[in-house]
Design a protein around this ligand. Structure first.
Ligand code: ADP
Ligand code: MG
Length: 293
């Protein structure tokens, strides 16, 4: 996965999302009818996301991650600057539908994303809304449910499911829209450890199948699984690097108000025992693979 992304990066022709000098202001209208700035949530941010990559975004609460995420598919429009998806600007109203069908979103609270009482109806809701023919909907729903390992629950009531299962259904609903890119905004924040692991496995599998994945998370061990980590602070990009570059820099992590993934501390303890362990190890899987030899 990492290797493929590096290859794509080298060619520099496959940028899917381009964010240029993006500013997003929250404003309110005062008593005299003037627009007043409440908060500049995204402050002159530029970056590109390559097709097929897996990028995570981290940063303290209030650093602008969710605001930026909503700008990527035009749920929020730029105050200044531009967001281009496959060359289409979110400022162009005629392209918004197209942009939203290419960039799907999954949010933190699965309860807010479930719209039907029966699992398969819920997954079918999006495709039905955009007029996908019934037999194609059937195919898409079955495929999406298999991808999130929830096919056996398709006839179940959504209220019967655990938080993790509900989140997997929400992901299936997005997958059934056949997006090229999915932005996950803290999808595991409300889940227990096993629900979190399952959602992370699904995100990695979707990325392996070619879907561009952008994962906002406050779990550093999740961020470490991406090809690239963007750190936000006060509405700006504070750092943009590979996970091993980021987690090699304690001062930077602390400067952004973040914590090291627990695995890094463990790696350093192992190194202190005299084991020659590479600093490129930043996930549990990599550490396991290394220790197994
Ligand atoms: P994050 O997702 O990183 O926690 P947000 O994008 O939600 O950050 O918020 C960025 C900043 O914008 C915060 O200071 C937040 O209080 C502010 N903010 C978010 N939504 C609104 C809103 N609807 N109106 C005014 N300010 C907002
Ligand atoms: Mg947020």
């Amino acid at each position: 996965m990492r290797q493929r992304s590096t290859l794509v990066r080298c060619t520099e022709i496959n940028s899917f999302i381009e964010v240029r000098n993006l500013i997003i202001d929250y404003t309110r209208i005062d008593e005299e009818g003037h627009s007043v700035l409440v908060k500049r949530a995204v402050n002159d941010v530029s970056f590109t996301i390559e097709k097929g990559s897996f990028v995570s975004v981290v940063g303290m609460n209030g650093s602008g991650k969710s605001t930026m995420a909503k700008a990527l598919n035009g749920l929020l429009l730029p105050s200044e600057g531009e967001v281009l998806v496959d060359g289409m600007s979110t400022r162009n109203e005629d392209d918004l539908w197209n942009i939203r069908s290419r960039v799907g979103m999954v949010f933190q609270n699965p309860d807010n994303q479930i719209v039907s009482s029966i699992v398969e109806d819920d997954v079918a809701f999006g495709p039905e809304n955009i007029g996908v023919p019934p037999e194609e909907i059937r195919r898409r729903v079955d495929d999406a449910l298999r991808r999130v390992d929830m096919y056996d629950c398709k006839d179940k009531g959504a209220h019967m499911l655990s938080g993790g299962q509900k989140q997997r259904i929400a992901i299936a609903g997005t997958v059934a829209m056949r997006p090229e890119c999915i932005v996950f905004d803290e999808p595991t924040a409300m889940l227990d450890p096993s629900g979190r692991r399952q959602v992370m496995d699904i995100i990695r599998e979707l990325n392996n199948d070619g879907i561009t994945c952008i994962l906002i998370t406050h779990f550093m061990e999740e961020a470490a699984q991406a090809d690239r980590v963007i750190v936000m602070k006060d509405g700006k990009i504070y750092s943009d690097s590979t996970p091993d570059e980021l987690f090699a820099d304690r001062a930077l992590i602390e400067g952004a108000g973040l914590e090291m993934p627990p695995i890094i501390d463990l790696r350093e303890k192992v190194a202190a025992l005299g084991v020659d362990i590479p600093e490129s190890i930043v996930t549990t899987e990599q550490l396991e693979a290394f220790l197994r030899g």
